[in-house]
Each structure stands twice: as structure tokens, then as C-alpha cells.
Design a protein around this ligand. Structure first.
Ligand code: PMP
Length: 768
């Protein structure tokens, strides 16, 4: 209701005298869309006067009158307002002032304390709120009014419309959370919405509309939000406000649900979506606040729940929806849906029956993850985990922009690259725009392994050589060629050993390697030179040198200054190509730069991209110079059935857009720096921490038994990781001795997440 209404208290008093024959004193009260006045007559009797302008639909005002008249015949009569009739015997007075129509109503004043003002809200009070609403909804089962069939912003069923106002939310993290919950609304609610029980609902049992006396609900006011909608929405609104500003939000909602169910039984289907409906209501609320703020509204009523609403959204995203659903079901005496039996023997046996056993499962006590939200994972037991290790879900699990880009494209077209398609061109252009200008020709594949494999194939075509130089503990993939390039695999149990055309250079390890001084970069590079000299003696030359630009399985390790500069010089001098494997670290993760190789101030001939590129969608890329691409265009077609398909390209484009729009590289820098500093502080108090290193949100914390001998901690680290998991933090281990904690979360990781991670790690280290 935008049209301003300007009525002085004096003019209101005159209107009351004219239309109702009453002599009153008026005082202006708060209101959202209407003007509300408290009016007191000579005998001290209070009433509420409501003035609406013609933007209020007449039929809707009529419905408000009819619904109260309907309910006045029920056991709730005393808890609801009654209309005072005007001198013509009507509940609604229509006024015409300066050619404008206004509607005036007088309703009885209900005594009581507003819910929001009750300092301590007992369990009984929450249950009674539920009961009150249950009784009201039950009594409305036989109520009907056409005026309540309307499209209304505050109807949870229309929550998807909130997405149109998302851009009014300027904070990236907040906007992302709202968008995530709108996506969940589309996924969990919309498909079943029409099958839910529908009814005529009050739709606004908020903390300023519910009146309380001790443990009793003594009033519910303001029927201005009424709507015909899914019945459960009415309860969802009440739960939302009962949860606001509450130290135990879920517990509060459970009590309201319990009370409601006692009076008017809820179905399992309704309870199964309540969590998402509550989130959806909050999404409407915060987008409306942001929208009003963009209009520079100065009506404080527009912002009244903004701060607690955000707090509750942050709480909800950390609350496993399966846990919430289960609690609601139990409150209504339905069976539990969470997995309570502790171990997963059955599902494990089913897996082993048909899936290779050398596909390991993380953690001693395995996890069954059923849902995810941005940086959080939810298991089937109701636990929430902060994902501190998944660099694949780069911009967050189920990031709504990425999911929608995929959904839209797969619903439109998905085919191979032998047709012209704009997505392929657009993505290749957008991706190469993030790289130095000489890297401009893309080949798309489905995995990092396949991309590294292709990079080697291309190098061999270009150089007519076969020899490949890799680092000592490298991992580059799981294909036959890339396994041969991965000492991390071929040198370990079950590995086939080193192929004669593969050459291992020293790991440029500044912590436990041979060189740790200022010139270590040059000294480690000399080891590559040594290999090249040996090849020369054997009348061979390198096809390629490949290494990660920060070492992943090598122990989460940044390279020493000048290392790649020197190495690339040596390799190029013999005609070899320099390949940067950015599969783990690319796309802004290192914070100060978009690509890891930029930390080393080098220009690779080929870059290989994977993992984060598609936020979990199987996409990877090899990007080369024009000259290299021309040499590879040698008659054999390079065709890849899925590589570069329109869905992959739409996904990749969305990931790039999200990184840019949400300034996630900057987030990785700020949060990464904070984490590194925090871990360095822990190093000072926990002798177990031998080294803390990394860049941005790619961090390694190396654990040793003794800071001098650097004997690796291998046993306790497993216990530590398990303990962290039990506290809801997923981290991994890596390094040649598997004694490095690896921290490489989605780059939306927040400062709050970082603080919690440091705090918990401190706690677990102290308990070791
Ligand atoms: N290169 C590096 C550095 C990797 O860490 C990995 C995967 N861990 C790969 C390549 C292979 O990628 P993918 O698993 O997608 O084949």
C-alpha cells in the first residue's frame, strides 16, 4: 500500500463522531499498510480504529469482517476483536474525502501483552499458541470468502516471487542464503503444493499480533494478511515468529507444532515441509525489508523483524532439515525418519556387492550425506557438518545460480559439440578472459584426469618427445597415462612403479625438504635441470614438465619463490612444454590471484583446470596457446562426447559469474588470511603443529611429534580428524606421510566458519 494517508487525530475524532456518534480521543499507533488509532471514549473504553484507502480491496475488507463474525460464534470469541457498527448498522464505513475513498472500521481493544514483549516464554505458552491456532483453523474449515482468494506477497505459497527482489539484498552471503532457500522452496514445496490441504487462514500470527497473559493466548489481532492458502502455512508463520529472538528456536517451534496438532491433526506430508516453509517465510520477510530499504522507506514497521529474521536464517542453514522434520514428526507422534541405528552395515554391504572395494569411504565411522546447503552437509542422522575440505563445491553445495543454470539448460538442450552452440563459444571466451592472453584455445573434458591426459598427448604431439617430468609426490589423475605421471600412486602399495619415460624431480618442500633457505626455489629447480641434463645425455628431451602450482597431495604446500620461473626456463630451453595443473587450486581459491601460477609469476604453455570449474558437475579443461593448438590440429579429430556440452558450458559460465559477482576471490583472501593467522596462533600453543602454510583458502597444517626431528604424527591425526568430524567439521589429511591437515573449503567459507573451525581445532588439540 504505497499511497500515503494523512489523517490528524483531530480529523479521526470528528469522523468517529460523525459516523458512529461517539465522542473519543484518538492516538496514532503503528501499522504496516493501514493507519491504526487507539480511540478512548469518555468512559475510558478503548477501541482500535483502522483507516484504509481505496487500494484495499473492498471484498477483502468484507472478508475480514465476515471471518471475525464467523469466529465470534466459536470458543475463540473472547480472544478475537469485535466490530463496532456505525450509525447505519454497518461494520465498514465508506468515506469519500476530496474524491478519494477511504474505509473506516472500529474494533474492540483486546487486553494483554504482545508476544514480543513477554520476557520469558514458557513451554506452556508455546503449546497454547499452537493450540489457539489449531482451534482457529479447525473452526475455519467451513468458512469461505472470495475476497481471500488473492495473490499476496506474504503468502508463503508465493515465496518464489521473492527472487525478483533478491538484488535488493546487497550482502553476498545473505543474498546467497535466501536464494538457496528459494531454490529449496522450488524443489521441496512447489511440486506438492497443490496437493496440500488448503484453507482460509489468518496468515500472520506474528509476535506483534499475538496477545498473551501469563501462559495463555488472550488475543490474536490483525486479519489484514488473511489469505486462502496451504493450511500448514498458517502454522509455519506462527513457528517462524516463535523462533525469532529465541535461544532455542527449534524447541520453540516443536512446542507450537505439538499444541496445534493436539487441536487439529497435521499430516506427515505437512510436517515434512515445515522447515522449508519457515525458511521461505523468512525469505519473504528479509527480501521485503531489503526492497523497502531500496525505496528508502522510513516506516520502522517495515524493518521490525529484519535482524532477528537474518539470525534465524543463519540458524536454519546450520540446522539439518532432516533433524527438523524428524522433530516435528515426533512432536505429533509419528515415527522417526532419522537413521538411528548407528552403523551403516546394510548399505555398505550393498555397495560392496556391486562397487569396487578400492573406492574408499572417508572416516572411521562412515557418513551418509543426504542433503547439502552451501558450505554445510546434512547426514541422515540429523547432524550438520561444516565442509572444510571440498574444493569441488567451490562456490558452495547447491549454489542456486549454478543449479538453475544447469536446470534451465538441461531442460532446453544437451547435445555434443558437433553443432554450433553459443554456450561453448561464450564459455570459452569467458574462461580465457581470466587467463593471460596467450592461453586462448580450450579443449573441454569431463575430469581432471582426462584433461591432464590430453595435455600430455598434446605436448607429445608438439614436441615429438615422450619424456615427462613430474614432482616426487604428485598426483595428476586416474587414467593410464596420468597414473604413470603420479608417484603418489605408482610408488605406493599396488602401484606399477615408475615408467622409463617418467622422471621425478624433488618435491620443493620448504618444511622438511633438503633446501629451506632463501634460495630454495633455485636449488629445487636445479633438480629439474639435473633430469634434463640426464635426458640430454640419453639423447632425449622433455615433452613436458607438469606440476601443481600449489602442491595438493604433496602436502598443501605453496611453491618456493622463483621455483617455477627457473624450472620453466630450463624446460623451455630444451623445447619442452610447461603445464600448470590448476585442478585443485584454481578459480580464485588462493585469494591474491585467480590462478595459482600467478603466485609464481610465470606463464605456462598449458593450463589444466578441473574440480571447481563446474562446482561438482563433471567438467574440466585444457587451455593452450594458438601455436600448440595448431600443432595438435594434425588430422586426428579431437572429439569428446560430453566435453563442452551445452549444460557443462552453462554450468561453467554460472560458476565464473558467481565468483565475480559475489567477490569470492576476495572472500578467499580475507577468510584465508584470517584462518592462516588463527592456525599460526594455535601453532604457538600446540607443539603438535609443526608447520602452517598455504594461500587463501588452500591451507596445510602439518603435525609432528617433535619440532626438531619433525617425526610425522600419523596415528593421532586420524583421531583428530574423527574428533573434528564428531564436532561437525569435515577436514581431510594429505602429504607424503599423511600428517598434514588439509583445509580447502568452498570459497564462500565465512569469517564465522573460520572462527568456529579455529576454536574447535584448538579444543580438539587440547584434548589430544
Ligand atoms: N590433478 C590434480 C592435482 C588432482 O588433485 C586431481 C584429483 N584429485 C586430478 C588432477 C584428477 O582429477 P579428476 O579426479 O577430476 O580426474
Amino acid at each position: 500500500m504505497n499511497q500515503k494517508m494523512d489523517f490528524s487525530t483531530g480529523s479521526v475524532e470528528n469522523l468517529v463522531a460523525n459516523y458512529y456518534g461517539l465522542d473519543v480521543k484518538a492516538t496514532l499507533l503503528n501499522g504496516y499498510d493501514e493507519l491504526n488509532f487507539l480511540i478512548i471514549d469518555k468512559a475510558g473504553k478503548k477501541n482500535i480504529l483502522k483507516l484504509s484507502n481505496s487500494q484495499q480491496d473492498f471484498y477483502f475488507l468484507d472478508a475480514q469482517i465476515k471471518i471475525l463474525q464467523h469466529l465470534s460464534k466459536t470458543e475463540l470469541a473472547l480472544q478475537l476483536q469485535q466490530y463496532t457498527l456505525n450509525t447505519k448498522g454497518q461494520a465498514l464505513s465508506e468515506l469519500s474525502i476530496d474524491d478519494k475513498t477511504y474505509y473506516l472500521r472500529i474494533l474492540s481493544y483486546l487486553e494483554g501483552t504482545f508476544w514480543v514483549e513477554v520476557p520469558i516464554k514458557t513451554d506452556a505458552l508455546h503449546i497454547n499458541l499452537g493450540k489457539f491456532l489449531g482451534i482457529m483453523d479447525k473452526n475455519l474449515s467451513d468458512f469461505k470468502h472470495p475476497g481471500m482468494h488473492r495473490h499476496y506477497t506474504w503468502d508463503i505459497s508465493t515465496a518464489r516471487d521473492a527472487s525478483h527482489k533478491l538484488n535488493c539484498i546487497k550482502d553476498h552471503e545473505k543474498r546467497r542464503i535466501v536464494d538457496y532457500f528459494i531454490l529449496q522452496f522450488e524443489t521441496e514445496i512447489l511440486p506438492i503444493l497443490s496437493s496440500l490441504r488448503h484453507s482460509y487462514t489468518h496468515n500472520d500470527a506474528n509476535d506483534y499480533n499475538v496477545l498473551v497473559n501469563e501462559n495463555d493466548i488472550v488475543g490474536l489481532i490483525d486479519f489484514g494478511d488473511m489469505v486462502y492458502t496451504a493450511l500448514i502455512n498458517n502454522l509455519a508463520v506462527a513457528c517462524t515468529y516463535a523462533m525469532l529472538n529465541n535461544k532455542k528456536p527449534l524447541e520453540a517451534a516443536i512446542l507450537v507444532v505439538k499444541g496445534y496438532h493436539e487441536m487439529f491433526p497435521l499430516t506427515e506430508k505437512e510436517l515434512s515441509i515445515l522447515y522449508y516453509l519457515i525458511a521461505a517465510r523468512l525469505c519473504i520477510s528479509v527480501t521485503q525489508s531489503a526492497f523497502n530499504s531500496s525505496l528508502e522507506s522510513n516506516n520502522e514497521h517495515h524493518f521490525i523483524t529484519e535482524k532477528p529474521a537474518w539470525d534465524l536464517l543463519y540458524y536454519l542453514i546450520e540446522l539439518n532439515p532432516i533433524k527438523a522434520e524428524n522433530e516435528f514428526l515426533l512432536a505429533c507422534n509419528y515415527s522417526s525418519i532419522v537413521f538411528e541405528n548407528g552403523n551403516y552395515q546394510k548399505i555398505e554391504l550393498e555397495r560392496y556387492a556391486h562397487v569396487g572395494r578400492n573406492l574408499s569411504i572417508s572416516y572411521e565411522n562412515h557418513l551418509k550425506i543426504d542433503k547439502s546447503a552451501l558450505q554445510y552437509l546434512y547426514d541422515d542422522k540429523g547432524n550438520t557438518y561444516l565442509d572444510c575440505v571440498n574444493n569441488v563445491s567451490h562456490v558452495g553445495h547447491c549454489h542456486p545460480k549454478v543449479v538453475r543454470a544447469m536446470q534451465n539448460q538441461i531442460a532446453t538442450l544437451n547435445t555434443n559439440t558437433r553443432y554450433l552452440n553459443k554456450n561453448l563459444n561464450n564459455y570459452a571466451a569467458a574462461l580465457t578472459a581470466t587467463l593471460p592472453s596467450h592461453l586462448k584455445i580450450c579443449y573441454f573434458t569431463n575430469s581432471g584426469s582426462e584433461a591432464n591426459d590430453l595435455a600430455i598427448r598434446i605436448s607429445r604431439h608438439f614436441t615429438k618427445q615422450k619424456e615427462v617430468i613430474v614432482l616426487e609426490h604428485a598426483y595428476h589423475g586416474t587414467s593410464t597415462t596420468t597414473i604413470e605421471m603420479s608417484p603418489y600412486k605408482f610408488d605406493r602399495k599396488g602401484g606399477l612403479g615408475q615408467m622409463p619415460w617418467i622422471h621425478k624431480a624433488m618435491n620443493p618442500d620448504l618444511y622438511r625438504g633438503l633446501y629451506q633457505d632463501e634460495d630454495a626455489g633455485e636449488k629445487y629447480a636445479a633438480d629439474v635441470k639435473r633430469i634434463i641434463n640426464q635426458l640430454k645425455t640419453d639423447k632425449k628431451a622433455p615433452a613436458a614438465f607438469i606440476c601443481e602450482t600449489l602442491l595438493g597431495v604433496g602436502g598443501q604446500m605453496p611453491l618456493p619463490p622463483n621455483y617455477l620461473k627457473e624450472v620453466y626456463k630450463y624446460v623451455r630451453a630444451e623445447g619442452g612444454l610447461c603445464i600448470a595443473d590448476e585442478v585443485q587450486v584454481g578459480f580464485g581459491r588462493v585469494g591474491s590471484h585467480f590462478w595459482g601460477f600467478e603466485l609464481q609469476e610465470v606463464m605456462p604453455d598449458i593450463v589444466v583446470l578441473g574440480k571447481p570449474i563446474g562446482n561438482g558437475h563433471p567438467l574440466a579443461a585444457v587451455i593452450v596457446t594458438e601455436e600448440i593448438a595448431n600443432s595438435f590440429n594434425n588430422g586426428i579429430e579431437y572429439f569428446n562426447t560430453y566435453g563442452g556440452n551445452p549444460v557443462s558450458m552453462a554450468t561453467g559460465l554460472a560458476v565464473l559469474e558467481v565468483i565475480k559477482k559475489e567477490q569470492l576471490q576476495e572472500n578467499a583472501r580475507a577468510v584465508g588470511t584470517y584462518l592462516l593467522d588463527g592456525f599460526k596462533k594455535l601453532k604457538k600453543i600446540h607443539p603438535l603443529i609443526g608447520d602452517v602454510r598455504g594461500a587463501g583458502l588452500f591451507i596445510g597444517v602439518e603435525l609432528v611429534k617433535d619440532s626438531l626431528t619433525k617425526e610425522p604424527v600419523t596415528h593421532e591425526i586420524k583421531f583428530l580428524v574423527e574428533q573434528m568430524k564428531n564436532r561437525g567439521f569435515l577436514i581431510g589429511t594429505d602429504g607424503p606421510y599423511n600428517n598434514v591437515l588439509k583445509i580447502k573449503p568452498p570459497i564462500i567459507f565465512s569469517m564465522h566458519n573460520a572462527e568456529e573451525l579455529i576454536r574447535k581445532l584448538d579444543e580438539v588439540l587440547s584434548n589430544l
